[in-house]
Structure formats: C-alpha cells, structure tokens
Design a protein around this ligand. Sequence first.
Ligand SMILES: Cc1cc2nc3c(=O)[nH]c(=O)nc-3n(C[C@H](O)[C@H](O)[C@H](O)COP(=O)(O)OP(=O)(O)OC[C@H]3O[C@@H](n4cnc5c(N)ncnc54)[C@H](O)[C@@H]3O)c2cc1C
Length: 469
Amino acid sequence: MADTPTLACDVAIIGGGISGMIAALRSAQGGRSVLVFEKTSDDRYVCNSRLTAGIWHCGQMDIQTDPAALAERIMQVTGGNARTDLAQAVAKDGIRAVRFMQSVGIRFIKGPMDYQSFMLSPPTITPQGRQWEGRGGDVMLRTFEAELNKLGGKILRGHRAIELTKRDGRVCGFTGERAVGGGFSVNATSVVIADGGFQANPELTRGPVTSDPNGILQRNAATGMGDGLKMARQAGAAISDLRGFYGHVQSRNALQSDKLWPYTWLDFILAAGMIVGADGRRFADEGQGGVHVANAIAVRPDPLDTTVICDERIWAERGTFNILPPNPRLEQNGGTVLRADTLEHLADRAGLDRASLVAQVRAYNEAVRGGTLGSLSPARSTHKFEAFAIEKAPFYAFPAVAGVTYTMGGILVDADTHVQTPEGTSLPGLYAVGCATGGLEGGEHKGYVGGLVKSSVTGLRCAEAILAK
Ligand SMILES: Cc1cc2nc3c(=O)[nH]c(=O)nc-3n(C[C@H](O)[C@H](O)[C@H](O)COP(=O)(O)OP(=O)(O)OC[C@H]3O[C@@H](n4cnc5c(N)ncnc54)[C@H](O)[C@@H]3O)c2cc1C
C-alpha cells in the first residue's frame, strides 16, 4: 500500500502560477511557513503564467493611472458587473504588485502600446508557438521559486489538491494525490486556492463558456481544470457567474498548427469588418472587439462555423495592426487566407451562403455610409472600433475559431481574497487568488480587466490579509 504523508505548514497554496507564488513569497517574507502544491511534475511546469505575454494593464489602461479612473474603467468594461471592492483593490494595487515583483528581482520593460508601461522581460510575445523557455513568464516563476526557497518555503511538484478538509467550520487543509502514486494530506492555518481557472475542463465549460468544448481552441496551458472551483463549492463557497472567458478570435488552423498558437489574432480585422456564420449572416456586434466576439462564437450551436470577412483596405490597414499581425504572418505560417474578386466568389470559396453574404455586406456598407450601424441586427457599435465599408477588391475570408485563455468566473472573493459564502460571510481559513476567482471580470460584453493585474494583486493582498491575522 502506498504511504500517505501528512504535511503541515502555516500557509498551503494550491497552484504555482503567478498568483500562488506571489501569495507564497509575501507570506514567507512575513515569517510564515509556506508550501506550494503544484500538480505538474516538470521542473519548469507549464502554466498560463509561464506562457504569458507578460503585459500589465487594467482594462487596457496604464496601471499607473489614477486609481479612481481605473476603478471606473473596470466598472465600465464589465457593465457594472464587477464587485466594487475588488475593482477598487485591483485599481489601487496594480502598481504596488509590480513594485513588489521588482523588489524580488523581476525585470520589466515597456510594452509596445502606450498603456503598457510594464511588460515582463525578456518578451515572450515575439516568437510563434510554445516558445517560452528563458522568456518573461519562465524567468519570473524561477525567480519567485529561488526567493521562496531562500526563505525556507518550497514548491512540491506532482501534488494535486483534490478535497478541502474542515474542522469546526474552518478550512484547515486538504487531501490530494501524488503523481508518483498515493495520496497526501495537508494541515494548514490558511489554504489558498490558486489553480488558474476551469477553462480546460469540458464538463465545466460546457454551458457557461461554450456549447461545445471540442469546438474551441485552448490558447492556454490546459492546466486549469477547475479543481479549486469544485473544492471550494463543496466546502460551501459562493461561486460567481461562470459565463465568459478572456480570449481572442483566431485562425481555425490554430487548432492543428502550433505556428499559429497562441498568436495571430483576427480581432482587429473583424472589429473593422464583419464576422458571419455558415449561413452568411452576422451574429455579433463586431465593434465590441475580439474578446466579446470570441465569446459569441463559443456559444454558437456550432462554434466552428464562423468566418471573418474583410476587404483589401482592412487587410492592408487593420491586418497589419498590433504585434504579430495576421498580414502577412497568417499566410506565412500556413493559415488559410481566402481571396476573391467578388463577394459571390468569396462566399463560394469559403462555403458560405452566397445570397445571404452579399445581402449582409450590402446592408452593412449602407449602414456604414449612412451612419445607421446601430439599426442593423445585431446592432454594430463604433465607440471602440471604427467600422470600415467592405468594398475594395480583393475580398478576404478567414475561417475562425474562439481561442480561450482563461475563464472569467470562479470562486467569489472579497477584496482581501477571503472566499465568500452564499450568505455573504467569509469562509474561515480559505482564500482564493488569480484566475481561480470570480467577481471582477465579465458582464454582458465579457469585460476583460487583465489576467496579470488580477493575479498579482490578489496574490499580494491575500498574503497581506494572512499576515494581518
Ligand atoms: C498565451 C497567453 C498570453 C497571455 N498574455 C497576458 C498578458 O499579456 N497580460 C495579461 O494580463 N494576462 C495575460 N495572460 C493571462 C495571464 O497569464 C494569466 O491570467 C495568469 O498567468 C494566471 O495566473 P494564475 O496564477 O491564476 O494561474 P496559472 O498560471 O494557470 O497557474 C495555476 C497553477 O495551478 C496548478 N494547478 C491546477 N490545479 C491544481 C491542483 N488541483 N493542485 C495543484 N496545482 C494545481 C496548475 O498546474 C498551474 O501551474 C496570458 C495568458 C496566456 C496563456
């Protein structure tokens, strides 16, 4: 029979991504004994934090902006969906979290956009495919671990947490399984769930995230299986609205080709042009941008039936916008770019309903010229992205897929990351951080605040709440 070791510490952290490691490191600095339980066995275990592009922002605003303006921005992008306390905490402490990281040796450079004052160095965003070794996220996690070790803390790899244990209403540890075989159990004063979300678990994503988990692209490390969500729920935690994910619209070829994963987005092309289903009809407000449209794709009855449409002007202008633009990168890396001199031929080449596509583009072009995009069905907004007429041959079609980075919903926490109960009280002994949490992002348009700002701030505030006890 395999032995079942029992481990004891002050702070037990489930997951070794950025949120868990910041919580670990800051707790250890405050004199607590800390163990991080990471289910993956590899030395450089791949998680979203190791793959990250590493750009800090808060709803695509600079984290150095006045906190009141940042909090307002969060409420605006989430349509008022965010918890006010969480929004204010993230708005206030994004810069503090970066300063904390700098204090332990993490290096940043400026990102390519104005609002990107802090980007992990060296940049991860330049290469194609899964090339993360020696880049920002990898360096960051290795730096955190080295610092944690100096303070007597440790990451235990190959340890997957499965079930929380409670005594007298207080969470006091958990049990789990080891990759080498056998179980383990943990006794801890504080337990922190930092498992990164549930995006890779088809049982959990079917419904709130997608109609068909096989029809979406996992543009993430595929480690977020929602173990933390399940454990917390079983222990009596409140769970936020689970709808919505942060992601992008990508070439459908990314499902097969690593060269197109996790970059080249079609976001800026569709936000200037149009996206249609196989019936040739629009189904989403393209003007809300890529995250909104990726979510709209994922919940379609068939999430693999969508095509982005544009013309030569959009391809030349918006197709070359942003880092790693689809023009010319998509074609160079084997992605499908369909061209035709007429919309009829384009519809035939892309397998779309010809009459319907032509009628949709005509109606859309008239609305662009007449300034009546709001009366289209669905309405097309222009406050975020300008709409361009689709009129200059050749015309282009790109088979699309929804790429999922992480889920926005999760375990409901307060601003100090105490896990909440449905009654609005805190579950004693239990904290949740990073993309395991809900309550900050989402809402009608699936408002994206920022995975790194959320994870770093909640990690830091969690440790501070633990140290204040
Ligand atoms: C390609 C890519 C680019 C990105 N770019 C940006 C960007 O530029 N800006 C930005 O703000 N965000 C970005 N993000 C998102 C950001 O990286 C994440 O939001 C953030 O890293 C999440 O950190 P986390 O600690 O919550 O989770 P993770 O980094 O996913 O870590 C969770 C860890 O928990 C472990 N785990 C899971 N279940 C268990 C269990 N039961 N027991 C033990 N361990 C478990 C996992 O193996 C994993 O190591 C990007 C993400 C990706 C994938």
